[in-house]
Design a protein around this ligand. Structure first.
Ligand SMILES: Cc1ncc(COP(=O)(O)O)c(C=O)c1O
Length: 274
């Protein structure tokens, strides 16, 4: 079985929660997606730390970390290569109904991904665009605008969207971070743009450091990405994924992206050796 609700294994067709849960009614919940290589979860502590920060921001109780860790490992050990999604729901507020907050832990197979991404820039006035928005970096289940942006980009024939802030700066993808290269230097939006503190972005910065590639974090207009030598997307599921085009502009696949991808894989190999 690949779904645990509050630690109890349930068949897929019985993996249900109350419609009175605010997780369902209002997108009031938090989540994480942890990649497992073989049966070993990668950077599990960083994911649990972020889950705890997100839960605290919304006032959702964080289950015991030891228990969560055990549930995640139970699934990675029984299912293997893939990823584990952890969702903490907010629970219901209608006292006449039992709709306790739930901890859902579910395994999903590796997604099919293209070799490179083509992104459609989309204005995202709904994105905070700042870390002063009250809930900076919270990974909540209120992802409707993100997913609607992905759908819009895909309807237009692109792989995904690139979210652009009201002031014209590049923010992030709906489910990934972006970075690009100018004259051997990596540039990536800074966290004070209200983007998610991506764990893959942190790993990429570590890898760049090892490789001696300088990284600048800041607020960059779209033109900076459009005129880049190479560009890539970063996420738990995509790792380091080349970006081959943004809007109508083609971007070369390049050596910095491949070096980073190689260094990333090497780090994964070391940290997830069984
Ligand atoms: C909005 C957003 N930005 C960036 C990322 C990448 O984060 P991570 O590298 O921790 O998977 C995600 C991942 O889901 C995301 O949802």
């Amino acid at each position: 079985m690949r779904v645990l609700i509050d630690g109890v294994p349930v068949e897929e067709h019985e993996a249900v929660i109350s419609v009175f849960d605010w997780g369902v009614m209002r997108g009031f919940g938090v989540f994480e997606v942890v990649r497992c290589y073989g049966s070993v979860p990668f950077r599990l502590d960083a994911h649990l730390d972020r889950l705890e920060r997100s839960a605290t921001a919304l006032g959702i109780a964080m289950p015991d970390r030891g228990l969560l860790r055990r549930w995640i490992c139970e699934l990675t050990e029984s299912q293997g290569q893939g990823h584990v999604r952890v969702i903490l729901t907010g629970g219901g507020r209608d006292e006449s109904v039992d709709a306790r907050p739930r901890a859902i832990v579910m395994w999903e197979p590796p997604p099919e991904l293209p070799a490179a991404f083509r992104l459609l820039p989309i204005a995202a006035p709904w994105h905070p665009g700042t870390d002063a928005g009250g809930f900076p970096g919270v990974k909540w289940t209120s992802y409707a605008p993100n997913m609607a942006s992905t759908d819009k980009a895909q309807r237009a024939g692109f792989d995904d969207a690139l979210l652009i802030g009201s002031n014209g700066i590049v923010l992030e993808g709906p489910t990934f971070t972006v970075a690009w290269v100018h004259d051997g230097r990596i540039e990536t939006p800074s966290l004070d743009a209200g983007i998610l503190q991506s764990i893959t972005r942190d790993v990429m910065i570590e890898c760049a450091d090892r490789l001696g590639i300088p990284v600048s974090q800041g607020h960059f207009p779209l033109d900076r990405l459009l005129g880049s030598d190479e560009a890539f997307a970063l996420s738990t599921l995509k790792q380091v994924m080349p970006i081959e085009g943004v809007g109508e502009v083609d971007i070369e696949l390049g050596p910095v992206t491949s070096k980073l991808a190689g260094s990333f894989e090497e780090l994964v190999r070391i940290e997830t050796a069984e």
